[in-house]
Design a protein around this ligand. Sequence first.
Ligand code: ADE
Length: 230
Amino acid sequence: MNFQLLRIDLIAVCPEIFDSVLNSSILKIAAKKNLVKIEVHNLHDYASDKYRHIDDTPYGGAAGMLIKCEPVFRCIESLTAERHYDEIIYMSPDGKKLDQSDSNQLSMLKNIIILSGHYKGIDQRIRDRLITREISIGDYVLSGGELASLVLVDSVVRLLPGVISDSESALEDSFQNGLLEAPQYTKPADFRGLTVPDVLLGGNHKLIDKWRQEQSIDKTRKLRPDLLVD
Ligand code: ADE
């Protein structure tokens, strides 16, 4: 089957953080199958001085350093000169908190840029002029956006048709239907006296589906009641 290729350009101050994750498991398989093309750009390569500075002190005085406009504009403009990007995302704790529907929506796009911040953040003019969307992975502050970018990339790429061979499994994940997943068991049926619910061993798929749906609702009510409030 022919699936649309998703291109993701990752821009970062510390791109070496990406290496092991991009070269393992699902992300590696997806790239090998030509379902995603991930290009990594080191922001230092777009600095204009010989020391490759990409940060400077904030105007008005404050602690920490900010990523400067110039390298980011140069990098993003060189990419947008080549092709149209559907979204230019900045990973930031200020952004919209990532959820499954964001990942689903991003998985349907063609070209995405993801900028990871570092230090105390980025010059506001980058956000005003270049960024189309800001995404947070949670209400805590990481020392850089690289880990957050990887979380986003993983959650998007695993949804691309053809990435997970059992095509239904990504659709049945927790959150896809707004509920947590029902408990799952594998062999043996009895482990040190801990048994698997009879219904799963009976082979009646109607009953199994009903049991899973009930478990799913029960578990969501107990662990994440906020997901049930409409
Ligand atoms: N950069 C630093 N902290 C972050 C967070 N929580 N989400 C996204 N990007 C970040």
